[in-house]
Design a binder for this molecule. Structure first.
Ligand code: AR6
Length: 201
């Protein structure tokens, strides 16, 4: 069974850490760590396209024809095809080049723009993978800090329809790093009121 940790952010919102496969998530939307071509690839992108079936690629091709390539940091939504999630939000992470090419800002934009796109579809729940920490080689700890801090801030502001954000982490090592970062964020940003919730059986 997937390992899950659940945290409240203030009264109404939640962050969950799930160790598992994002294609099996039942949130309203899942986020794809895509590339600018939108035509699929390896890693989580390949897994999502395989699980969603060919309609996902057809929608992505249409978007590409209409709007061209998707720049790093931007996000665009499609329906979820055969997935349990109704929507897939495709975003393009920064390729890590040492950190001097705006990579942190681009990664933050991926989370903000994906949340805004999910809000447009009136989603209440969304799952993110660890964007850019695979083929794009973003170091996990700084990437996890950007992911958790950006999402905690957006949930704290409460401007979106989204109430629950799941980080679905394939590798145990990355899951453990995110857990550390949630605890660190709770300590450094008491205004977010992050509290671990016991899981009901
Ligand atoms: N569920 C959740 N996380 C997964 C899954 C899964 N099924 N499969 C892999 N991961 P990556 P990137 C994790 O490489 O670094 C693609 O080819 C993986 O272990 O998928 O943003 C695209 O087309 C890692 O921790 O995405 C782009 O060309 C995380 O997801 C490029 O890779 C992200 O790894 C994007 O690279």
């Amino acid at each position: 069974m997937d390992q899950i940790l659940r945290y409240r952010i203030g009264e109404h919102n939640r962050i969950e850490l799930v160790q598992g496969d994002i294609t099996r998530q039942e949130t309203d939307a899942i986020v794809n760590a895509a590339n600018s071509s939108l035509l699929g690839g390896g890693g989580v992108d390949g897994a999502i396209h395989r699980a969603a079936g060919p309609s996902l690629l057809e929608e992505c091709k249409k978007i590409k024809m209409q709007r061209g390539s998707l720049p790093a940091g931007k996000a665009v939504g499609t329906t979820g095809g055969l997935l349990k999630a109704r929507f897939v939000i495709h975003t393009v992470g920064p390729i890590w080049q040492g950190g001097r090419y705006n990579e942190p800002q681009i990664l933050e934009n991926c989370y903000c723009n994906s949340m805004a796109e999910a809000d447009r579809f009136r989603c209440a729940t969304i799952s993110f993978p660890s964007i850019a920490t695979g083929a794009y080689h973003y170091p996990v700890l700084p990437a996890a800090r950007i992911a958790v801090h950006t999402i905690a801030e957006l949930l704290h502001q409460g401007k979106h329809s989204i109430r629950t954000v799941c980080f679905v982490l394939f590798e145990q090592e990355i899951f453990d790093r995110y857990e550390e970062v949630v605890h660190e964020t709770a300590e450094h940003y008491p205004q977010y009121q992050i509290m671990e919730e016991p899981l009901s059986l």
